[in-house]
Design a protein around this ligand. Structure first.
Ligand SMILES: [Zn+2]
Length: 334
């Protein structure tokens, strides 16, 4: 029996699994990603992999290959993450550390590129598929004519840093108006926090994260507010009125409505750039709020005046496993 390992290094969680040649998982492990320097994160990745290997009952030197799906940006030549905007580390060494420790070859992929591999290998995703992740960050992985695009140093389709809002909010990368600044977990929280200095809100600025914003938003007002304006061309300038029964928080509702609009712009950009037949959406922010963030996308695309046929849009059937499954797919035998 040959054994294969996969790692999903996210900004929030680090996960590992060990599987057989068919891709059946025999051991898994998970821990929060240390919000610390690169060495601490590298140590956490190695430890998580070793726990998954122990859980599978596999000997330390018995792994045939390791696939890693990681937050970016990457330098795949060096096998490392360089200057990631969503964790405090400057550089995270992955390939050398993991192969030194295990003796196995390591394949490093950006998390969303791993995600599209997972879609192609383990679901019915067609040859022209985009995997879009809305998580701590935003990114995409793209298959065109069945080929997964990797790009220079493994950074193809880092679409979270597409500029979608002229003169818009600052992004964690230093740019402005980027997709990620409105639609990632970190961006949604930061958007709410910045509006809270000038607008009344029931949100507690000290406890503010994307989950709190979604919990406080009024879904009906979000839907009505997005339908009212041209979703792809305009962002709201005014806060939508809170519903009369006072259930929703106007600021949270505005932030979610902006996320829906910017998402529609981004997905339209993906459709024009890559002509996908399917856009499959994953990542914790999307999966926890798919009624607001994923379900409206087909209708929004239908009214967006695309110059290309509109793709199908769905929630990934791999749930939270798209990246780790794709990391595995990048090392399993065909
Ligand atoms: Zn950016």
């Amino acid at each position: 029996m040959e054994w294969y390992a996969a790692v999903d290094l996210g900004a929030t969680n680090t996960r590992a699994l060990v599987a057989d040649t068919d891709g059946t998982a025999h051991g898994r492990a998970r821990r929060p990603t240390p919000q610390a320097d690169g060495q601490a994160i590298t140590r956490a990745v190695v430890a998580t992999l070793e726990r998954a290997r122990d859980a599978a009952g596999v000997a330390p030197d018995a792994l045939a290959a390791i696939g890693v799906g990681s937050i970016g940006p990457l330098d795949t030549d060096a096998g490392a993450v360089v200057a990631p905007p969503n964790v405090p580390a400057d550089r995270i060494e992955l390939e050398a550390a993991l192969s030194e420790r295990t003796g196995a070859p390591v394949t490093l992929r950006n998390d969303a590129i791993a995600g599209v591999r997972g879609e192609r290998r383990f679901t019915d995703a067609p040859e022209n598929t985009v995997y879009l992740t809305l998580s701590t960050g935003v990114g995409a992985g793209v298959a065109v004519d069945g080929h997964v695009l990797h790009g220079h140093r493994g950074n193809a389709a880092e679409v979270g840093h597409l500029s979608l809002v002229p003169g818009g909010r600052p992004c964690g990368c230093g740019g402005t108006g980027h997709w990620e600044a409105y639609c990632s977990g970190a961006g949604i929280a930061a958007h709410a926090r910045s509006l809270a200095t000038d607008h009344p809100t029931r949100l507690d600025p000290d406890e503010l994260d994307a989950a709190a914003v979604f919990a406080a938003a009024d879904p009906d007002t979000v839907t009505a507010s997005v339908a009212e304006t041209d979703a792809v061309e305009r962002l709201s300038t005014d806060l939508p009125e809170a519903p009369p029964d006072g259930e929703g928080d106007a600021l949270a509702t505005r932030v979610v409505a902006d996320a829906v609009r910017v998402n529609a712009r981004g997905v339209a950009a993906l459709a024009h750039a890559y002509a996908p037949e399917l856009i499959s959406v994953g990542g914790t922010v999307a999966l926890s709020n798919s009624d607001l963030l994923v379900d409206p996308l087909p209708d929004l695309l239908a009214t967006a005046g695309l110059a290309v046929p509109a793709p199908d849009v769905r929630e990934t059937p791999l749930d939270g496993d798209a990246v780790i499954r794709g990391a595995l797919a990048s090392v399993l035998p065909e």
